[in-house]
Design a protein around this ligand. Structure first.
Ligand code: HAM
Length: 442
């Protein structure tokens, strides 16, 4: 028995795990609203859905995320041994699983150009706060098979269209280039040296070296660029002493970046060059981008993505390049809420057309058949198999915002009729049972 369960008495109510949220119907409807709009955009862009398991071999993420990534450095992975003693991990992100699936099923050998999308829960053992959960949902897209800058631009344009269809007016894309492998080798050597100089100076100035000094020295060895993602405000002033990757971009990566920017200009997508944008996962090269919203608290990136030309090969597949992005659904919803872009619940969950109201137990079987009859002709019919007092029943029907109440009691049962009350006008009339929906359809 675990420590937690030992503390509980048998009838104590159980609560969800910290950082894991229930999506009650009103919230689930908001998720579905975004998902439906996203599906329509993906269809317009010719992306097809892929679904991969939420549990994968740990090795997949250890290899793809990179040893300097947040998920590895900050031990964010939900990893456990299954009963067969295999180490499995709940996916912290979607890209690696998609690549694994395409490699496993040989898809990229047959058709290297693949455009895919996915929606699903991801898991990261992070400290929960507003906009940061341990189980959260991503909507992502991945495009494989081309190094063309226009493919990067297409993904950013797709993000713009999706956010526009959700109601956002103005959002700025932050964009950077992380260059190619050789650019980064040269840059990392320079950066590593400067990090070591900077941290040594900072350590000399302080009797007790601040925590970030140790972190930076470790990152200098693992992946020096990750220092730009430093959260510690004490370290921020020292960032200006470091060189940026833009000074080391080779001609190929520079031209690529320029063409991405030209395409965004042509589409009038506003973007900001952000030389400090490095992303939390290690598999990126060339283009990286994020869309950030200031109004949702500290966790402000609603989506992020970029190019990952080496990842498929790294995971045992052919040398097929890729680029993609993922939106954090919870953060997107926070942002939509703040901007008042979420339709009212009644618009997300349309009210019933008819509410079948039943006064007596003996009328229940007929009421049930009546409700079914309405559903068969395509109406939304609400039926509660509980006899209620007339006043309470009608109050319930009004609360549901149905257009009509179909009322059945012993009198109606005896005459094979139903009372139909128009809940908008208050008008009421009796009709033979079999005509209950004919009049509604007129
Ligand atoms: P990511 O930046 O790690 O990228 O995650 C994408 C988005 O997921 C973030 O911008 C954020 O909105 C959301 N997110 C991440 N962690 C949390 C959390 N703990 N709670 C709530 N939301 C969170 C990726 O995952 C890449 N796979 C994206 C990608 C696809 N790159 C190329 N293709």
């Amino acid at each position: 028995m675990s420590q937690d369960s030992a503390k509980l008495r048998p009838k104590d109510p159980l609560v969800a795990i910290r950082g894991f949220e229930d999506l009650l119907p009103a919230t689930a409807a908001r998720h579905a609203h975004v998902e439906n709009i996203a599906r329509a955009v993906f269809l317009r862009y010719g992306y097809r859905e892929i679904r991969t398991p939420i549990l994968e071999p740990t090795e997949l993420f250890a290899r793809s995320a990179g040893e300097a990534s947040d998920v590895v450095v900050h031990k964010q992975m939900y990893t456990f041994q299954d009963p067969g003693q295999r180490s499995n991990t709940l996916r912290p992100e979607g890209t690696a699983g998609v690549v694994r699936a395409l490699v496993e099923h040989n898809v990229l050998h047959q058709t290297p150009l693949q455009k895919l999308w996915y929606i699903g829960p991801m898991f990261r053992y992070e400290r929960p706060q507003k906009g940061r959960l341990r189980q959260f949902h991503q909507i992502g897209v991945e495009a494989f098979g081309t190094t063309s800058p226009e493919q990067d631009a297409e993904i950013i344009a797709l993000c713009r269209d999706l956010l526009r269809d959700l109601g956002f007016q103005q959002l700025t894309v932050k964009i950077n280039s992380l260059g190619d492998r050789d650019d980064r080798l040269q840059y990392n050597a320079q950066l590593r040296e400067r990090i070591l100089e900077t941290t040594q100076n900072a350590a000399h100035q302080n009797p007790e070296p601040p925590a970030w000094v140790h972190d930076w020295q470790r990152l200098a060895q693992l992946n020096p660029m990750r220092v730009f993602d430093t959260k510690d405000p004490l370290a921020h002033p020292y960032l200006k002493e470091l060189p940026r990757i833009s000074t080391c971009l080779g001609p190929a990566a520079s031209q690529h970046h320029q063409r991405v920017c030209n395409a965004l200009d042509a589409l009038e997508i506003s973007y900001e060059q952000d030389p400090d944008l490095v992303r939390g996962l290690d598999y990126y090269n060339r283009t990286v981008f994020e869309i950030v919203q200031g109004n949702i608290g500290a966790q402000s990136a609603i989506l992020g993505g970029g190019r990952y030309d080496g990842l498929v090969e790294e995971l045992g597949g052919p040398a097929v390049p890729g680029v993609g992005m993922a939106i954090g659904l919870e953060r997107l919803l926070l942002s939509m809420d703040a901007a008042q872009l979420l339709p009212a619940e009644t618009q997300l969950l349309p009210p019933p057309d008819d509410f079948v109201v039943c006064f007596d137990e003996e009328a229940l079987p007929t009421a049930f058949l009546l409700a079914q009859q309405g559903r068969q002709v395509g109406r939304r019919v609400h039926f509660e198999p509980i006899p209620r007092k007339p006043k309470a029943a009608l109050r319930e029907a009004a609360r549901s915002q149905a257009k009509r109440a179909l009322i059945l009691g012993t009198n109606e049962l005896a005459t094979a009729t139903v009372q139909i009350k128009n809940l908008v006008t208050g008008e009421q009339k009796a009709l033979p049972l079999y005509q209950a929906f004919e009049s509604a359809l007129e």
